[in-house]
Design a protein around this ligand. Structure first.
Ligand SMILES: [Fe+2]
Ligand SMILES: [Fe+2]
Length: 393
């Protein structure tokens, strides 16, 4: 006879507390299997904007519990068209595992209300229950209650010694949009939440820097730090979103290290349309591939992705954030070349004139080095040197 634990919940999102509880249950109860069962979202129930649907919660749960020995995540309730009550799920499982002991893992609150659930008395009579207590006092209280369940229903109740990680999914959902909560989630879950920007999550800046710097040649890190710093300063000065500017600065060169072949692979992966000149220039491609990776792997907004796309060539009619990133990249504090002081001064006086000067300097430099100039850079130069752009600044 196998001992099979069943651990249900909405897992919205699954956090370190859930993982610790699951690992404790497996260890303390000596389980052969632990079936983690994310609850489904009944079809008639709307999922609030930014909240993952059942399939997404299932995917997060699979990431979260992958580290727990003997645990498997079931799609049974998520795949179900109707609301599953615990008794339904236990019956379904018991039909598949005849003769095995099924142990319903509960928290203290669930354990207290169990007799009031649909067929609660039947659950207590036919299946075992494990109650995870938060602290010693709660365990004492639940043990008293367990005596009643034993007397009334002949229930089998366990009290596994659970490691406690005091956090709730509600608290995490509140923290994520404030760039907080990273330490409360298993790393793969946090990464996926950021990638999809679920719950309106925004990345912890220290985490984002760490991820971005790991993708750079170490010699490029000071430039990227400088670019972030300068982009944030410019954004604050011009009334632009400083956090978007920071994300753009941190991520703008994330694919710079790749050679042409690596760049072209990313273009295929993300369906990036490129022209003939770009097809032979890793330098030009890193802007487009960087934008795609920033969007698909780090979930940046379209505004940030677009700023990264145009940070090398520029283009006519750039948004304010695009100009800020282009200029910050060009004149951040670690840069040092002739004419830079004038460009730095102009950046805090007139962004469009600064663009005209930056583009002229860039074209001059490319010509001096006999490099090809991208037509978009020439168009941008024409646009900004004509003084046409008065859109946002
Ligand atoms: Fe770049
Ligand atoms: Fe750069």
């Amino acid at each position: 006879m196998m001992k099979i634990g069943i651990y249900g919940g909405t897992f919205n999102p699954p956090h370190r507390g859930h993982v610790l509880a699951a690992a404790s249950a497996v260890r303390e109860l000596g389980l052969d299997r632990l079936i983690v069962m994310p609850a489904g979202t009944p079809p008639h129930k709307e999922v609030p904007a930014g909240n993952p649907d059942g399939a997404e919660r299932l995917a997060l749960a699979r990431m979260a519990f992958a580290s727990v020995d003997r645990a498997e995540v079931s799609d049974h309730e998520v795949a179900s068209e109707e609301k599953d009550y615990t008794i339904d799920t236990l019956n379904w499982l018991s039909a598949r595992c005849p003769g095995d002991e099924l142990i319903l893992i509960t928290g203290g609150d669930m354990f207290r209300t169990l007799p009031g659930w649909k067929c609660g008395d039947e659950i207590l009579r036919r299946f075992s229950v494990a109650a995870l207590a938060r602290e010693f006092e709660e365990e004492q209280e639940l043990a008293t209650l367990a005596e009643t369940y034993r007397a009334d229903y002949g229930a089998t109740v366990y009290f596994p010694r659970a490691e406690v990680f005091p956090v709730s999914s509600t608290e995490i959902r509140r923290k994520l949009p404030q760039r907080l909560g990273k330490e409360l989630l298993p790393e793969p879950v946090y990464t996926e939440i950021i990638r999809r920007r679920l719950y309106g999550a925004k990345p912890d800046f220290a985490w984002l820097r760490e991820k971005a710097y790991a993708m750079l040649k170490p010699t490029r890190i000071p430039h990227v730090k400088g670019c972030e710093e300068e982009a944030v300063r410019l954004a604050a000065f011009w009334g632009e979103d400083t956090e978007e500017a920071a994300e753009a600065g941190i991520l703008h060169d994330i694919t710079k290290k790749l050679d042409l072949q690596g760049q072209l692979l990313l273009c295929r992966k993300y369906d990036i349309v490129i022209d003939a000149l770009e097809a032979r220039s890793d330098k030009l491609l890193h802007s487009k591939t960087g934008a795609a990776v920033a969007k698909h792997e780090f979930g940046v907004s379209d505004a940030v992705a677009t700023a990264i796309t145009w940070h090398t060539t520029g283009r006519p009619g750039m948004s304010r954030l695009e100009k800020i990133l282009y200029l910050a990249d060009y004149m951040e504090p670690t840069r040092d070349f002739e004419g830079l002081d004038e460009l730095r001064r102009l950046c805090y006086e007139d962004l469009d004139r600064a663009m005209a000067l930056g583009l002229a300097m860039s074209i001059g430099d490319l010509k001096a080095r006999h490099k090809e100039i991208h037509p978009m850079t020439e168009k941008a130069m024409e646009y900004y040197s004509s003084g046409k752009d008065t859109t946002e600044c």
